[in-house]
Ligand binder design. Structure first.
Ligand SMILES: [Zn+2]
Length: 326
């Protein structure tokens, strides 16, 4: 408590007020008594007994007031005996303006030190962040290089090559749509109880290998100062495609069972002008340099935008570059 400058100031004010009262009231009482005695003398009153009583009462009051500060100090000391808190009596007796300003200075110094410490921490954090980012980019570069020619070692995906996506020597293989054979229809394998087994266990339900490639691509874009956002619909169910096909204009949507979205190997993306600002619907290469970069560099990441020159141009639709149907 004694380390709080405001409390020290209040205690000091209280103490000063008390010591003024201690003198003023007794002096006032003495003056009043002197006036009374003088009046009595002039008027020739002779009520000595009641006058003596009056004077006695005033003297008693004067002594009482004079002693108040001492009483207070005494009470604090008595209270102190039974408390484990900081020594209030000494706190009261030590309270002064010098102590208050000393404490204020100390407080300011502490604030300054805390400020300095948080600035140092922020600098350290940014250094750590940059180091992590660099390590991640290097890791992604390595992963990217191997992902373009490597094989997909997830044996749970390779286990059953029939009727779902698998990857071999960097090539994606997806079933060819066969009318009447529903097991070849895309969207039937979208995340559900079989998700893990079929290799769709990342957070949006993309094919795991494709998802890894998307991450690498994002890191590349980030290093170039852009960003990209992948649709959170990683795997589009057959039922969804049926509904979508019904609602879409003719030729706009893939026929149900034929969309690569249903195999978790296509993503509809959002482009960014820079690291934070999304490109809107009226985008072009000039006002959306992030899209230009993405279109030009997708192939370096084993990806492609196959519908750039389609009759229904879709500049956002992203797929693996090496994709075969079996
Ligand atoms: Zn699409």
């Amino acid at each position: 408590m004694c380390s709080n400058p405001l409390i020290v100031r209040i205690l000091y004010l209280f103490k000063t007020t008390l010591s003024i009262i201690k003198f003023i009231i007794p002096i006032g009482l003495i003056i009043m008594t002197a006036i009374d005695l003088y009046k009595n003398l002039i008027n020739g009153n002779d009520e000595n007994y009641s006058n003596i009583k009056k004077i006695g009462r005033r003297m008693f009051a004067a002594i009482l007031v004079f002693c108040i500060p001492t009483f207070i100090t005494l009470i604090f000391e008595l209270l102190n005996i039974n408390t484990t808190s900081s020594n209030f009596a000494s706190c009261y007796s030590e309270a002064s303006l010098e102590l208050a300003s000393k404490l204020e200075e100390e407080e300011n110094l502490k604030l300054k030190e805390a400020d300095e410490a948080s600035r140092k921490q922020a600098l350290l954090n940014s250094q750590i962040y940059n180091a992590q980012l660099k390590a991640m980019q290097e890791e992604n570069l390595k992963r990217n290089q191997s992902s373009n020619q490597g094989t997909y070692n997830d044996t749970t995906t390779d286990m059953n090559k029939q009727n779902h996506v698998y990857i071999k020597n960097g090539v994606f293989y997806a079933p060819k749509y066969r009318s009447g054979n529903s097991s070849t229809y895309s969207g039937k394998d979208c995340p559900g109880s079989n998700a893990l087994k079929k290799g769709y266990n990342n957070k949006y339900g993309y094919n795991n290998y494709f998802w890894t490639m998307l991450q690498n691509f994002r890191e590349g874009l980030k290093a170039a100062g852009y960003n990209i956002n992948y649709s959170n619909q990683g795997c589009r169910s057959y039922d969804y495609q049926v509904d979508f096909y019904k609602r879409a204009e003719p030729g706009r949507a893939a026929k149900p069972g034929r969309s690569n979205h249903g195999w978790g190997i296509a993503s509809d993306v959002d482009f960014y002008k820079n690291s934070t600002t999304k490109c809107g619907s009226g985008r072009n290469y000039k006002n959306c340099p992030g899209m230009k970069w993405a279109h030009e560099h997708a192939k370096d990441y084993g990806l492609t935008f196959p519908l750039l020159n389609a009759s229904y141009k879709e500049d956002w639709h992203l797929e693996p570059l090496n994709l075969k149907k079996y």
